[in-house]
Design a protein around this ligand. Structure first.
Ligand code: PNS
Length: 163
């Protein structure tokens, strides 16, 4: 059984993430999407909400398991005997930090990182930008799965009403 991990914050999952997960799901028997918990970062969505959205949009792929993890990603991989991490690279600017993490993770446990070039359609896309544009009323519907877009618009409205 060949397994790989697709890690990230996924706050929320975008079409760019989904593109990478879909491509990983064709290469591996099982893809573990891991929502990394960062207690120092207050997100737009809770970990449980992120997991729910990812499960919903990856369900048609049929070989994706969604989990959260608190701590080092290499520990998640080691505990489950998963040898590979798949990361999307959007642009050269991603490369420096991704290379550092890949080398650190490999040095820690020997886990390999494989980079997949993001589709050019999504090379500018990040969850942070999507949230910012949506908060100012910009149209991001083409950048998110429809259900995620609906939840984001709702969440922004809820937050505005609570202010
Ligand atoms: O979507 P992001 O925020 O770019 O994803 C970054 C993420 C979560 C993949 C990275 O921060 C990570 O692997 N965090 C888990 C903690 C860890 O292992 N840190 C050491 C990295 S060398």
């Amino acid at each position: 059984m060949r397994r790989a991990v697709c890690p990230g914050s996924f706050d929320p999952i975008t079409n760019g993430h989904l593109d990478i997960i879909e491509r990983a799901s064709k290469l591996y028997d099982v893809v573990h999407v891991v929502v990394a918990i960062n207690p120092n970062k207050q997100g737009m969505f809770t970990t449980e909400e992120r997991i729910g959205l990812i499960e919903e949009v990856t369900a048609p792929l049929g070989n994706v398991v969604v989990e959260s993890h608190h701590g080092l990603l290499v520990d998640f991989c080691r505990e489950r005997g998963i040898p590979a991490i798949i990361k999307g690279l959007r642009a050269v600017s991603d490369f420096d930090y991704e290379l550092q993490m890949a080398q650190m993770n490999n040095g820690l446990t020997g886990v390999e990182t494989l980079f997949v070039p993001t589709s050019p359609t999504y090379s500018f896309l990040s969850s942070t930008l999507v949230k910012e544009v949506a908060a100012y009323g910009g149209d991001v519907s083409h950048l998110l799965p429809p259900t995620v877009h609906d939840r984001l618009v709702e969440r922004i409205a809820e937050r505005r009403a609570a202010q």
